[in-house]
Design a protein around this ligand. Structure first.
Ligand code: ASP
Length: 437
């Protein structure tokens, strides 16, 4: 059998009880040769994540406030893990070293990375695997740009020397050896890079949910799990909100055609969701999932003869560019065009943008609507199947939902509708019931 790379997220490695589950998962299959760990996360809902506490130390130091108390809380959590696992990795020496570096002005990235570093040391000792530091293997240039090929080569060469290993997620280093982290949640990226470097048959991403569900369970009670989904479909769903996996983790796995299997450490027998490259109708469902979010603004622009006014759309888009604003959708008619932008992205610029459009494009009218929700219904099963939109719009009609906008790509893998914020939940339930139940 091929090699499996297993990455365990913060809640999966939050304490010794969780790490015991990790051990039984790893021991259950000898193909799980490389393990990537996050820093210990929350053990209960109002607990602290180690990474947050580490950043807090740095904030204290930057404000000339004593950080020792926070540092002790961090040390105590690792001491408890060491004790309860019955291993010895000479933590006190590690703490002294980190403390020393803190006093000498260590960077925020260095401090934040120590959660993964210490946790990987402990996990390696507990599993009986080699500890492999990612410091010299995950490479960034002087400016902090991730070096893809160099990293792949270094990781592949090092991992070939270890039959089994545990690696800390989240960080690598600049050419001078100073630590550089990925963005928050970046251990997922490390896992994907390791999977690519060993050409794994699967990248298992162990978290605290059993994969993706076809709809948000807070809206659709008992929403069914998605067993297989393509990268492209997931992207259509994830940009609407559902994020279990760091977006940047997808690229290395996808480039090497390695499936990503999202699994639940607390429910290891559940097969979870597998993300694959193949673009086809996987589970024989018409749709793979529904996702959406509220709070978008629609700027509706009308101008007689717009369709022959060359450069009109370009002028609108260059105004958005001036404000560094991206749009979600751009549905258009003969003499109308609507720009759909997230309210968060728009933040305070709406009046200025409308004024600029007025001035530079001289439309006949502009309508603004600020309370729109977008819902994406996604799945390859919809393609080339007559009646899908009829079913979707029929379901919305029966639920009394007024559709304010419709957008469908020619790939036919998604239909996006805009509804009023107040009808968001009703619309999702109606679509789910029409296609899944
Ligand atoms: N520990 C880091 C964070 O909390 C990275 C990770 O867990 O993926 O963001």
């Amino acid at each position: 059998m091929g090699v499996k790379v297993a990455k365990f997220g913060g809640s999966s490695v939050a304490d010794a009880i969780q790490l015991a589950k990790v051990k039984s998962i790893v021991d259950a299959n000898p193909d799980r040769k490389y393990v990537v760990v996050s820093a210990p996360g929350k053990r209960y809902s109002d607990d602290n994540k180690i990474t947050d506490l580490l950043y807090l130390c740095k904030t204290h130091i930057d404000h000339n406030v004593t950080y020792e108390q926070v540092f002790q809380v961090i040390c105590d959590r690792f001491r408890a893990i060491e004790l309860n696992l019955g291993v010895d990795v000479e933590l006190e020496k590690e703490f002294d070293q980190i403390n020393e570096n803190l006093k000498n002005g260590a960077s925020a990235d260095y401090i934040a990375s120590r959660g993964e570093y210490l946790n990987a040391l402990l996990t390696a000792a507990y599993l009986g695997y080699d500890f492999i530091d990612t410091k010299d293997l995950i490479k960034f240039d002087k400016k902090g740009k991730f070096l893809n090929e160099e990293t792949n080569e270094a990781l592949a060469a090092e991992l070939a020397k270890h039959e089994k290993g545990v690696l800390p997620g989240f960080y690598g280093a600049y050419p001078d050896g100073k630590i550089k982290t990925f963005s928050r949640g970046g251990s997922d990226i490390t896992g994907a890079l390791v999977a690519r470097a060993v050409n794994a048959e699967v990248y298992e991403n162990w978290t605290d949910v059993s994969g993706f569900l076809m709809a948000d369970p807070r809206i659709v009670e008992g929403a069914k799990p998605i067993s297989k989904i393509s990268y492209k479909e997931l992207r259509e769903l994830s940009y609407m909100g559902a994020s279990v996996l760091h977006e940047d983790a997808i690229y290395p796995a996808r480039a090497a055609d390695i499936p990503i299997n999202i699994r639940n450490t607390n429910e290891p027998e559940h097969p979870g969701t597998t993300i694959i490259a193949e673009e086809s109708n996987h589970d024989n469902n018409i749709i793979s999932g529904i996702a959406g979010s509220k709070d978008f603004t629609v700027i509706g622009i009308y101008k007689n003869m717009m369709s022959v006014d060359v450069g009109f759309v370009k002028r609108i888009l260059s105004i958005l560019e001036d404000y560094d604003i991206y749009f979600e959708h751009l549905p258009s008619g003969i003499d109308t065009i609507s720009v759909v932008i997230s309210n968060k992205v728009l933040a305070g610029h709406l009046d200025d943008i409308v004024e600029d459009i007025q001035r530079k494009c001289q439309p006949d009218s502009i309508d603004v609507y600020t309370d729109m929700a977008l819902i994406a219904t996604v799945g390859y099963g919809m393609a080339k199947r007559p009646g899908v939109s009829a079913k979707l719009f029929g379901a919305l009609y029966e639920a009394g939902v007024n559709i304010r906008m419709i957008d469908q790509g020619s790939s036919e893998m998604n239909i996006i509708v805009g509804v009023e914020n107040t009808q968001f939940e009703i619309a999702i339930k109606a679509i789910y019931n029409a296609f899944v139940e």
